[in-house]
Design a protein around this ligand. Structure first.
Ligand code: GDP
Ligand code: MG
Length: 165
C-alpha cells in the first residue's frame, strides 16, 4: 500500500528498436492497454505512452516508452521469430547500441510473434546466444496472446537493483 514506508515510485525511459513489422507497437499496446489490434498502423512521428507496474515490494516502476532514441535507460530490441531478416536487423541494432548507447543502458532482446511457432525461422538458441554475448536479457513474447509481455518489463526492473543480483 502507499502507507508502506519502503514504497518507491521509480520512473524510467525505454526505447523500442527493430525492423518494421516485428510487433513493437503491438507489444507496447498489449502492455499499456491490454489490447491486440490486428490492423497494422505504421507509427507516425514519435509516439509516447506510459505504463506503471507494481512490483511485489510495493515499489512501482513507471515506464515512459518512446519510439525515438535519446538518453534512454532501457532499450528493447525486437525481432520477429518468423523473419531471419528481422533477426539480422536486430543484430545491427545491438551493435549500434553498443557503439552509441549510454554505457549503463540495459538491453533486452525480444523474439516476438512466439504464437507463430509453426512458422518459426529463428531458433530460440540463436536469440539467446546473441543476447548472452552482449549482456542482454532475452525473452520470447507474443503481443497477440500476451505471452511474456509483462515478464519482459518485469525482467528489466531487476536491473534497477544491481546490488541484489
Ligand atoms: P512495428 O512496426 O514493429 O511497430 O509492428 P506492429 O506492432 O505494427 O505489428 C506488425 C504486424 O505484426 C501487425 O499486423 C500485427 O498484427 C502483427 N503482430 C504483432 N505482434 C504479433 C504477435 O505477437 N503475433 C502475431 N501473430 N502477430 C503479431
Ligand atoms: Mg510501430
Amino acid at each position: 500500500s502507499s502507507e508502506n514506508a519502503d514504497a518507491k515510485n521509480l520512473r524510467v525511459k525505454l526505447v523500442l528498436l527493430g525492423d518494421s513489422g516485428v510487433g513493437k507497437s503491438c507489444i507496447v499496446l498489449r502492455f499499456v492497454r491490454g489490447e491486440f489490434d490486428t490492423t497494422s498502423k505504421v507509427t507516425v512521428g514519435a509516439s509516447f505512452l506510459s505504463q506503471t507496474i507494481a512490483l511485489q515490494d510495493s515499489t512501482t516502476v513507471k515506464f515512459e516508452i518512446w519510439d525515438t532514441a535519446g538518453q534512454e535507460r532501457f532499450a528493447v530490441i525486437v525481432y520477429d521469430i518468423t523473419s531471419p531478416e528481422s533477426f539480422k536487423k536486430a543484430q545491427y541494432w545491438v551493435k549500434e547500441l553498443q557503439k552509441h548507447g549510454a554505457p549503463d543502458i540495459v538491453m533486452a532482446l525480444v523474439g516476438n510473434k512466439a504464437d507463430l511457432h509453426e512458422k518459426r525461422e529463428v531458433l530460440t538458441d540463436d536469440g539467446m546466444e546473441l543476447a548472452e554475448k552482449n549482456g542482454m536479457f532475452f525473452i520470447d513474447t507474443s503481443a497477440k496472446t500476451a505471452d511474456n509481455i509483462n515478464q519482459l518489463f518485469e525482467v528489466l526492473c531487476i536491473s534497477l537493483w544491481p546490488q541484489e543480483i
